[in-house]
Structure formats: structure tokens, C-alpha cells
Design a protein around this ligand. Sequence first.
Ligand SMILES: Cc1cc2nc3c(=O)[nH]c(=O)nc-3n(C[C@H](O)[C@H](O)[C@H](O)COP(=O)(O)OP(=O)(O)OC[C@H]3O[C@@H](n4cnc5c(N)ncnc54)[C@H](O)[C@@H]3O)c2cc1C
Length: 517
Amino acid sequence: MQRDTMLRNLRERQEPWDIVVIGGGATGAGVAVDAAARGLSVALLEAHDFGKGTSSRSTKLVHGGVRYLEQGNVSLVMSALKERGLMRQNAPHLVHDLAFVVPNYSWWEAPFYGIGLKMYDLLAGKYGFGASKLLSKEETLERLPALEPNELRGGVVYYDGQFDDARLLIHLMMTAADHGATVLNYCPVTGLTKDADGYVNGVTACDLETGEALLLKTRMVVNATGVFTDSVRQMADPAAEQLVVTSQGIHLVFDRSFLTGDTALMVPRTSDGRVLFVIPWHGHAVAGTTDTPVDAPSLEPRPLEEEIDFILETAARFFVRPPTRKDVLAVYVGLRPLVKGEGKTSALSRDHLIHVDNSGLLTITGGKWTTYRHMAEDAVDHAITLGKLNDTPCPTKELKIHGYTQDFAALGSLDVYGSDAEAIRTLAKDPALAAQLHHALPYIAAEVVWAARAEMARTVEDVLARHTRALFLNANAAIAMAEPVARLLAAELGRDEVWIAAQVSEFHTLAEQYRVV
Ligand SMILES: Cc1cc2nc3c(=O)[nH]c(=O)nc-3n(C[C@H](O)[C@H](O)[C@H](O)COP(=O)(O)OP(=O)(O)OC[C@H]3O[C@@H](n4cnc5c(N)ncnc54)[C@H](O)[C@@H]3O)c2cc1C
């Protein structure tokens, strides 16, 4: 992916695109992959870096959602379990099985969760990841040695999927580009144009790097802007009623020693009636999440003190060594785009919604990361009908995602790059690029060069937050890495000392929000 080439494609195209996608999160990326793989002409515009929004801030689970089973939403769980299987099949370098243990401290929990999780297995059918089973107290502690043994009766183990969300997002953008899509970051859509009958027939946008205004003519516009959905709908119709409500979830990241072993902890009912996970991820332990309604969407939401306290207090009930504020290496926050309905945000449906405004603007929102492919198929099917586009069947059930390889185990810390790891290893033959950027994290200089050359990374934040996950794993380490990363990027992108200083300073300000003091 070359940014200059993408920009040139947008400038030079005279005829209308089949589809212009607004938003470069999981939903928009899925739509771009689907449309491009069907042979449609597609352009995707993202206001910031790909994945800057919710799609880099999830719990990192590829799951049916045990919780939704409890809510009685069997069809959502079944469809998500099928998607979970397809994700692992098409991106095995990024989606892995993970064992989860639900510890039992009361007599009724073993039969209750045991039966519920058997039902979860059954719903997965041929897409199952492994059979759940009851564990004795000893077996439970073997899997989760850090667990509080006092009054522990046993547990239930079940299996779900886990992934690196931002990395999958980047590989989806690369998949879309591999199939001929034009995708551009740092290019917000600023308005929509309409024909004489009032139907949307184009978008206006601004390339933030040059300030250049762009006009893209198109047959269909797909609005995939997550929590920003309604602001884009209001570009077409200022009176458009609210479709999406926003709820915030935070995660705390700790040293791996808080969760020894390869098994995740699942707390099925916290004091506020939610689910909490503590999962191993990239050599760390991630605990979350919360569900706090928020009024206005933002790209950099902040954690509330009570959310931090809630996760620490809940974790303290389950671990022999309770984590404290000073153990938190990073806190990250995401905003859920939820389809508006009645009741608490935690009870709102995680189903997706396709909505078509009178102007013909097609909005796709809600859903989950796990269901991105199915959402995209649904959206492109609708776009084909509404825009009278060339109708070809959706090929994504079998479509391999960029980086696909079965041999990821041999790639060490570069495993998330899949088949691209070889190119990074070649770069690292230069000893200067083989250097690790911080002793606490495995990232090497060659990854920064690769991010700039092949993945359209433009800033220090892009590299440290999404192309590597340094900021999400250890905010202090990421701060220490900012200057070397800025220098490597400057050499690749042709930037000067003033740019380096500004990048380092901006990153330090941002990273402060990922620290807990
Ligand atoms: C705390 C939390 C935990 C979660 N955990 C999981 C999980 O473990 N598993 C799971 O399956 N799902 C999970 N989810 C849900 C999942 O993360 C979301 O459903 C998904 O990421 C939403 O993707 P999206 O593309 O719709 O939105 P986003 O990722 O927010 O993408 C929308 C994009 O639109 C861009 N945009 C906005 N306005 C414009 C404009 N005018 N022009 C151009 N671009 C624009 C934004 O910059 C943004 O990048 C979680 C969600 C949260 C909040």
C-alpha cells in the first residue's frame, strides 16, 4: 500500500466509483474487501489512521459472546460462532484458539455454567474450537495458578478465539488493496453531493497531508463510521434522527505475571451484572471491560476513575496477588457504536443494522468485530441492489486475508505479520534495523520501516499504537520509543528535525492518557 499511489488513483479517476466507503474501521475495511473481491470499483476514506477508532480498542476476542446466550440472543451467537470459525480459517496467522476458565466459588455455578457452555459448544457445530468441560479445584488452579484458591470449588473450561485487532485491520486494508481497492488514510469526508433528484452521488474530502480538496463521484456511498454514524448521515439530511448510541469500555494492561499460564479468566457476573475477562495477550495480561454510556463520540476517549477502580476491585476478588494502580502498564478506551433501543447500554443488541436514508446513503453499524465479514456481505448485497451494480456472489467466506500462512509458529515475535514476516526479516539483515526499540517489548526498527513502506503508517502514533501495539501494552515504554521511531519514520517519509520534534511532543501528550497515575 503506497499512499501516493492511492491519492493519485483518487485524483485521476474520471468515471464514478461503484462504492465509496466512509470509515476505515473493521466495518469499512470489511466492506472494501468484499466489494473489491467481487470486482467492484471501490474507494475507502478514513479521517485518521486506519483503525484509530473502536477497532483497535476491543477486548481482542473473536467470539460468539457467551453473555448474549444468557440474554437469549441465540441467532446472534450462532452467526458469530460461524464467523469466528471463518476468521480463523482465513487469517490463521492472526486468530488463535484460547482456553477460558470460569472459576466456581458457589455450588450452583458448575452445573449452571457447565450447561450454558455446552450449549455454546453445540451452537458452534462444525465451527467449534474445542469441547468445554468441568474442572476440579486442582485442575482449575493448574490452568490459572494466580487464582484465589480460598473457597474455590472448581471451574469450567471453554474455548473461544483471540486476535490482534489493529493488525487484522491493517491486513484487511492490504487485502482490499490487493484486490484493487483504493484506500486512503488521513482523508476525512467533509460532505456529500447529490443529483437533481436528491440522491447522494459523491463525497467531498480533504487530504490532511496536503490540504487538497477531493471530489469523488460514485454510484453508492456506504457510511461505516461507527460512533460517528449520525454525523455523516446528517451531512445528507441535517434532520436525520439518531440511530446510534455510544457506550465506553476500558481495559487495563498488566505484566504477564498476574496471569501465569496460557488460559484466560472469565468472570461471568461482576457486581454490576456484566462479564469481565482477564486474558493473555502479546506477553501481557489484559483486563476488561466496562460499559458506561457517553453523550458525545470522540476519537480519544478517556477512562473514568470509577472504571479503573471497578476493574481493579473485580480483579482483586479473583487473584492471590491483587493488581493495584501502580501495576497498570497501560489503560485503553473504546467506544461501542450500539443501535439505539430501550434500556441500559449493556442490554442493547449487538446485532448489526443496515439503514438506507431517503438520499440513498447506506449506513452499516452496530455488530461486533467478530461479525465484520457477515456485516460487509450484507452491506454490499444491499449496495448492489440499490446502486444497480454488477451482481456477483460474495466470495469472502473462503477469501484468504493478507499475510495468510499456516506456518506462523516459526515466525517468533513477527508472527502477526504472517507471510510478510519474511520481508521484515530481510530488512533486519541491516544490523541497525535489527535493533530492539525497547527492552520491555519485542519490536525492532525494521517493523517501523516496514510500516512506513508497506502499510501506510504516517506518524509515531500510527506505529506505536496500531502497527505495533506498544502504546496499548506499556505506555512508558512507548514514550521512550517515540524519538527513535520518529527518526526512522522521518528518514522514510522525508521529514525534517522540526517534524521529529513535533511528533515526539504530540505522542508524549497522547501517551499520558494511556498511563494510570
Ligand atoms: C470496549 C470494547 C470492547 C470490544 N470487544 C470486542 C471483542 O472482543 N470482540 C468483538 O468481536 N467485538 C468487540 N467490540 C466491538 C468492536 O470493536 C466494534 O463493533 C467494531 O470495532 C466497530 O468497528 P467500526 O468500523 O464500525 O467502527 P470504528 O472502528 O470506530 O471505525 C469508524 C471509523 O470511521 C472514521 N470516520 C468517522 N468520521 C469520518 C469521516 N467523516 N470521514 C472518514 N472517516 C471517518 C473514524 O475515524 C473511525 O476510524 C468491542 C467494542 C468495545 C468498545
